[in-house]
Design a protein around this ligand. Sequence first.
Ligand SMILES: C[S@@+](CC[C@H](N)C(=O)[O-])C[C@H]1O[C@@H](n2cnc3c(N)ncnc32)[C@H](O)[C@@H]1O
Length: 283
Amino acid sequence: MTDHIKTELQTLYADASKHSTYQSIPEFVSAELGYSETIDEQWRGDKSRLSYLLAARQPGDGEHWGDFGANTGFFTLSLAKLYPRARFTAIEANPNHALFIQRIAEYFNLTNVSVINRAIGLRQLLEIPCFDFLLHLNVLHHAGHDFDRDLLEQREDFTAYATQYLDLLRSRARGLVFQLGSNWGGDKTQPIIGVSEDTAKLRLFGSWLKRAGWFVTSVAYPSRNGDGSLSYRNLAPQGNPPNVQVDELPEDVLDEAISKFELERFRGEFNRRPLFFCSHPKR
Ligand SMILES: C[S@@+](CC[C@H](N)C(=O)[O-])C[C@H]1O[C@@H](n2cnc3c(N)ncnc32)[C@H](O)[C@@H]1O
């Protein structure tokens, strides 16, 4: 039985699609099935993102959390195992990866996991459930490529599209953790904003969230620990007055706060993606 599920999972995981071989396998799955995939934790920091998420917000009993663009379910499954009294819905366009999540949920009897295997674009956003909290991590910069090609034909329209999208998303979740890349469709030749323009990036993405009616309660970046591992930590601009959104802070204050993370020392672009925690007053 174990060998059978392991083989099936391996095939579904490595399906050679655009976002395959992306996430780590949740620890409880590896421990039980002896199945893992080699993903460099320094690259995207699945475990460090999860640790930070749980330090910032934990699923309450009876809460319903969503994971939009859940990939192979690292977040959905890890959370569902840890919080059996909360419900989790993974929304994932790739049928193999959606089935990967489903199979693990079935095998481990995680009855608090649901999977929606659909590509949800701006027009379908209102069809997803309303969540207490939503993970929306590293999907939006793929708009115009992976989905909504007809709505977003050129990079110059990204700001208008993203603001409209985030505004609609507000009706689907009370709280949000949001992250996105700086290259349109993941294409280095199509920057939405320069990879190393950290302050401008933070202000740009923060301004979309604000215009869409979200309040940014905290922002985090990864930093390297003494043993080389990653931990996400809050950006703490000096004298940061309460109730001021990031895009309103003076550039030099943000520059100084971000510089402490030494983001230029990281390989690649992923670790320069701020993690935004957001909420909004009830409509
Ligand atoms: C870059 S991966 C990010 C995975 C995960 N959220 C994370 O940060 O580790 C993007 C994922 O979103 C999925 N995806 C892309 N567009 C989608 C859409 N319109 N609806 C649902 N899933 C989508 C992809 O198949 C892929 O698994």
